[in-house]
Design a protein around this ligand. Structure first.
Ligand code: NAD
Ligand code: UGA
Length: 456
């Protein structure tokens, strides 16, 4: 029985290892982390992150061939294959601050592996990292001893939050990049054999290490670029009377373009799009490719613009002042079916609303705790966190819908309208409500990239 270790029990490490353990009973899988609270939650079978189907997945494997621990040193000693799935945030200080990836967690892991290894290992880069990180990793791993050999390969993760279990079970592709050497080929083959337990072989793609590292950054940049492109068109739609959902429907019918990731909204969020594009920009700049960097920078700038534009429109529509007005914010997570609020557009939108003097009543089915943390120290006396959307809307001058939770389209808007100040506004930042119905009830309705329905 081979031993797999994963360092980092977060959104990627936890679900990915649970899937490997479930599909590969012939491997022992251990997941370690420095965060004791996270590990305790996994050990109890109550994952510290919310993902549909995850609890069931670990219920079948935990204690059988899936284990969670904070004992990183013995995990490393016992492992044959080590996945590194620690966080790789954007640097906040020093050279490249605000753009380059902060690899200090990554480097720390490399040093731990070097220190505790007593046998040869395959080290798998699971985190999203700058191109050529495998080279730095290899140098650190081999820097002070020569009896233990490490083969570093790249296996980026493409799961999306909220659909992690489904994405892991039926991935579009699994990407494995290795060195063009006999040990490199062997290591890649070992990983191919693991995934081949459940992923069809033609979906397991092998490349060189640098292609694998760059493909991950490129894939996220392309996805974010589509969202920024449709959001840019949504501004033109608002100015001209076109309907963005009609436009994206038509554009997406072209097979060469495809229909997914063309939904206009208040902006993309999530822990990765922004950081990975900035990382790509920094990489381009560091190779002197300034035009390439500024091309991709626009994808981030357009997202900032869309968030800003959303609030400016609210201010303009609500008679140029939000001072003292109660705004019900429906949804704080960066997308539905997750409690994750990292880089959620709700954060800059709420901060801007507070700057305008508004009072906020925030509801989210899963993310209220994170919302509270994100807005700590930013005018909390004007923010209420509500467990009930009706309570949030009661007495509000406007509703700003920022996350398309399914339950929001099923709300009793007649009841909500009766409880609100008049005129009552709805700014549908995700175009997920029935705008005709809302207008008939009496609301002034302002979707993204569609004609407004106002009674003023
Ligand atoms: P996360 O913050 O949820 O989890 C990372 C974990 O690593 C944390 O629990 C942290 O405590 C732990 N950690 C940090 N340093 C450690 C150390 N030295 N030893 C042990 N544990 C340590 O992050 P995540 O969302 O799982 O992302 C991990 C990587 O995967 C990132 O590079 C990210 O870009 C990439 N990624 C994320 C997603 C996603 O949907 N979140 C999808 C694909 C790829
Ligand atoms: C994204 C990618 O989809 C994954 O393939 C990738 O592995 C992951 O990033 C990562 O590297 O972290 P994720 O951020 O979890 O996954 O979620 P997405 O479904 O991609 O949504 C990201 C954001 O874009 C959300 O805020 C969503 O509301 C927004 N979005 C998405 C739109 O505004 N319009 C769309 O048409 C699609």
């Amino acid at each position: 029985m081979k031993n797999i270790l994963c360092i980092g029990a977060g959104h990627v490490g936890g679900p990915t290892m649970a899937m490997i353990a479930s599909k590969c009973p012939d491997y022992t899988v251990q997941v370690v982390d420095i965060n004791e609270e996270r590990i305790r939650a996994w050990q109890k079978g109550k994952p510290p992150i919310f993902e549909t189907g995850l609890e069931e997945l670990i219920a079948g494997t935990r204690g059988r061939n899936l284990f969670f621990s904070t004992d990183i040193a013995s995990g490393i000693r016992e492992a044959d294959i080590i996945f590194v799935s620690v966080n790789t945030p954007t640097k906040t200080a020093g050279v490249g601050a605000g753009r380059a990836a902060d690899l200090h967690f990554y480097e720390e892991t490399a040093r731990q592996i070097r220190e505790h290894s007593v046998s040869d290992k395959i080290v798998v880069e699971k985190s999203t990292i700058p191109v050529r990180t495998a080279e730095a990793m290899t140098r650190i791993l081999h820097s002070d001893r020569n009896d233990v050999r490490f083969e570093v390969i790249s296996n980026p993760e493409f799961l999306a939050e909220g659909t992690a279990v489904r994405d892991l079970e039926t991935p579009d592709r699994v990407l494995i990049g290795g060195n063009d050497t006999s040990t490199g080929h062997r290591a890649v083959q070992e990983l191919v054999e693991i995934y081949a337990h459940w992923v069809p072989r033609d979906r397991i793609v092998t490349t060189n290490v640098w292609s694998s590292e760059l493909s991950k950054l490129a894939a996220n940049a392309f996805l974010a670029q589509r969202v920024s492109s449709i959001n840019a068109i949504s501004a033109i739609a608002e100015a001209t009377g076109a309907d963005i959902d009609e436009v994206s429907g038509v554009v997406g019918m072209d097979n060469r373009i495809g229909s997914r990731f063309l939904k206009a909204g208040v902006g993309y969020g999530g822990s990765c799009f922004r950081k990975d594009i900035l990382n790509l920009c920094y990489l381009a700049e560091s190779h002197g490719l300034m035009e390439v960097a500024s091309y991709w920078q626009q994808v981030v700038d357009m997202n900032d613009y869309q968030e800003h534009r959303f609030v400016s429109r609210m201010v303009r529509t609500m008679f140029n002042s939000l001072t003292g007005k109660r705004i019900a914010v429906l949804g704080f997570a960066f997308k539905p079916d997750t409690s994750d609020t990292r880089e959620s557009p709700a954060i800059p939108v709420c901060l801007q609303l507070l700057e305008e003097g508004a009072r906020l009543a925030i509801h989210d089915p899963k993310a209220l705790e994170n919302a509270r943390r994100d807005l700590a120290g930013t005018g909390e006396e004007r923010v209420a966190f509500c467990n009930d959307p009706y309570e949030a809307a009661c007495g509000a001058h406007a509703i700003a819908l920022l996350t398309e939770w399914k339950e929001y389209s099923q709300l009793d808007f007649e009841r909500i309208y009766r409880s609100m100040e008049r005129p009552a506004f709805i700014f549908d930042g995700r175009n997920c409500l029935d705008h005709t119905l809302l207008y008939e009830i009496g609301f002034n309705v302002l979707p993204i990239g569609k004609p407004e329905r106002t009674r003023l």
